[in-house]
Design a protein around this ligand. Structure first.
Ligand SMILES: C[S@@+](CC[C@H](N)C(=O)[O-])C[C@H]1O[C@@H](n2cnc3c(N)ncnc32)[C@H](O)[C@@H]1O
Length: 435
C-alpha cells in the first residue's frame, strides 16, 4: 500500500490508514507518508481502507472516503439511511455514528474552533473541555424525521422518470433518494416518487410547518406541471398555482408567519430551544433596550419583548424584505418592537441608537464580521447572546470581542441537525469587568 506521494494522491488510490481526530465538516483527519488526509465515513481511532477522492486546496491535503473498516470504533453503527455511504448521498455526514457519539464529535469541533480561532481556554472561569456538551432537542429520540424544510435536487434518470435526490458530496451528481430518513414524515410520504418532473425543474423545496401545512415548490417556479397538482393531496400548496407559499409556525407561545423560503429553524423543536437558551442567558429585565440583529421573521424580538415590558424597547434588524414584512405582521401587537428592513452593518453605522442593554446576534453562516462586532461593543451592552450555526465563524467574531476586553461567560450547544455535521451554539458574551 505504499507508493510515492504523487501516486498516493491519485483519485481512486486506496490507502490503509489509522484515523485520527475529528475535523471540520463531517470528516476525520489521518496521515499517510507525511500527507494529511480528510476522511469521510470514518470515525476517530478506526483503521480503514480509504479511497482518495481528490486533492484539497493548494495540494495541502487529500480527500478520501473510508470504503472498508478494518478495525471499527465502538461508536460505529449501521447507518439508519440506506442511501448513506461513500460516493452516495452527500446530505448527511454522521449516519454511521451513534447519536451520542455524533454529539461528542460536534462538541469537539466546537471546542477546537474556539481554541484555534479565538484562543479560548476557559468559559466562565472553567477550563474549556475537550468536547463541549451538545444537547439533544427534547423529544428527539433517534435523530430522524426532523427536517421540516427539504430542498431536493432532481436527478435525471437514464431510464424512467427523473427522481428526487440529493447531491453527492462535492459533486453536481444527484443520488436518487426515495425516502430521506431525516425528512419530516409528512414530506417523505408525499406521493412524488414516480412523478415525471419537467426537465426545466432543477430543485424542489418542501416545507412542513409546525401547524401541519405542506408546501411543495418546484424551482424555477414558472414551470407548468398539471400532473403535479393531480398527484398531491388538495391541502398541499404549490405556490403560484394553488394555495399560498407562506406557512404559520408556532414557538414561544406565539404564531409566526413565514413566507417563501424565509428563515425558520428546520428542526421542529429548534426555535423553542434557542428562545429558551437566549432568555436564560440574557435574563432580560423590564425597561431594557434590546437589539435583535438578523431578526428574520422576528422570533427573538417577539419572544423577549414581554420580558422587557411596555417600558422596554426592541430594535430588530433584518435584511430580507419578505422576512421583514412577515416580522411586521407577526409583531404588530408589540408596540415596544421597532422593525428595520436593513443590512445590519449599514444600519449600525448610520443609526443614532447609541446605547443598548442587550443584544441578540443571529447572523447567517458566514458570521457577523469584525465591523458589526465592533459596532455592537461600542454600544456598551451588558450582555450579548450570539446564536451561531457555524463554530468557526462564531470563533472568528468572538476573537474580536475577546481582543476588545470581553469574555465568553457561557456556552450552550444543541444538536438541531442530527446525522449532519452541523450544530447550533448560543454564546453569552459579557464585558470583562461584569460579574
Ligand atoms: C440565521 S437567520 C436568523 C433569523 C432569526 N433570528 C430566527 O431565529 O428566526 C439569519 C437572518 O439574517 C438575515 N440576513 C442575512 N444577512 C443579513 C444582513 N447583512 N443584514 C441583515 N439581515 C441579514 C437573513 O435574511 C436571515 O433572516
Amino acid at each position: 500500500m505504499t507508493g510515492s506521494p504523487e501516486t498516493d494522491a491519485e483519485p481512486g488510490r486506496e490507502l490503509e490508514l489509522d484515523v485520527g481526530p475529528v475535523g471540520y465538516g463531517g470528516q476525520c483527519v489521518a496521515r499517510h507518508d507525511g500527507r494529511v488526509l480528510l476522511v469521510r465515513h470514518a470515525l476517530p481511532g478506526e483503521r480503514v481502507i480509504a479511497r482518495v477522492t481528490g486533492v484539497g486546496r493548494r495540494g495541502r491535503f487529500l480527500r478520501a472516503d473510508a470504503v472498508r473498516v478494518l478495525a471499527a470504533s465502538p461508536d460505529r453503527v449501521t447507518p439508519p439511511c440506506p442511501y448513506a455511504g461513500p460516493g452516495r448521498c452527500g446530505g448527511c455526514d454522521w449516519q454511521h455514528a451513534a447519536l451520542d457519539a455524533q454529539r461528542r464529535l460536534k462538541g469537539r469541533v466546537l471546542a477546537d474552533a474556539l481554541r484555534r480561532h479565538a484562543g479560548v481556554s476557559e468559559v466562565g472561569g472553567q477550563a474549556l473541555p475537550e468536547s463541549v456538551e451538545v444537547h439533544a432537542v427534547p423529544g428527539d429520540e433517534d435523530g430522524l424525521r426532523w427536517r421540516t424544510r427539504v430542498r431536493y435536487a432532481v436527478a435525471p434518470h437514464n431510464e424512467g422518470p427523473p427522481a428526487l435526490g440529493f447531491r453527492r458530496h462535492r459533486s453536481h451528481e444527484v443520488e436518487p433518494v426515495g425516502d430521506c430518513r431525516i425528512a419530516a414524515r409528512e414530506i417523505a410520504a408525499l406521493p412524488l416518487a414516480d412523478h415525471p418532473w419537467p426537465h426545466t425543474v432543477a430543485e424542489v423545496a418542501m416545507t412542513r410547518s409546525g401547524t401541519g401545512e405542506l408546501v411543495v415548490r418546484p424551482e424555477p417556479a414558472s414551470t407548468r406541471d398539471p400532473e403535479l397538482l393531480r398527484l398531491l393531496p388538495a391541502a398541499v400548496s404549490v405556490p403560484g398555482v394553488r394555495g399560498r407559499g407562506r406557512v404559520t409556525e408556532q414557538a414561544a407561545g406565539r404564531r409566526w408567519r413565514v413566507s417563501g423560503d424565509g428563515f425558520w429553524q428546520v428542526h421542529p423543536g429548534g426555535a423553542e430551544v434557542l428562545v429558551d437558551a437566549v432568555r436564560a442567558l440574557l435574563a432580560p429585565r423590564p425597561g431594557e433596550h434590546l437589539l435583535d440583529l438578523y431578526s428574520g421573521v422576528g422570533l427573538f424580538a417577539g419572544a423577549l419583548a414581554a420580558d422587557l415590558g411596555p417600558g422596554g424597547r426592541v430594535d430588530a434588524v433584518e435584511g430580507s424584505a419578505a422576512a421583514a414584512k412577515d416580522a411586521r405582521r407577526n409583531l404588530h401587537d408589540l408596540p415596544q418592537v421597532h422593525l428595520h428592513h436593513a443590512d445590519v452593518r449599514v444600519w449600525l453605522r448610520r443609526r443614532s441608537v447609541v446605547r443598548a442593554d442587550l443584544v441578540v446576534l443571529d447572523p447567517p453562516r458566514t458570521g457577523a464580521g469584525p465591523d458589526v462586532v465592533r459596532q455592537l461593543l461600542a454600544r456598551g451592552p451588558r450582555a450579548i447572546a450570539y446564536v451561531a450555526c457555524d463554530p468557526v465563524a462564531l470563533a472568528r467574531d468572538l476573537a474580536v470581542a475577546l481582543a476588545a476586553g470581553w469574555r465568553l461567560a457561557q456556552l450552550r450547544a444543541y444538536d438541531l441537525f442530527p446525522m449532519t455535521h452541523h450544530l447550533e451554539t448560543v454564546a453569552l458574551l459579557l464585558p470583562a469587568r461584569s460579574g
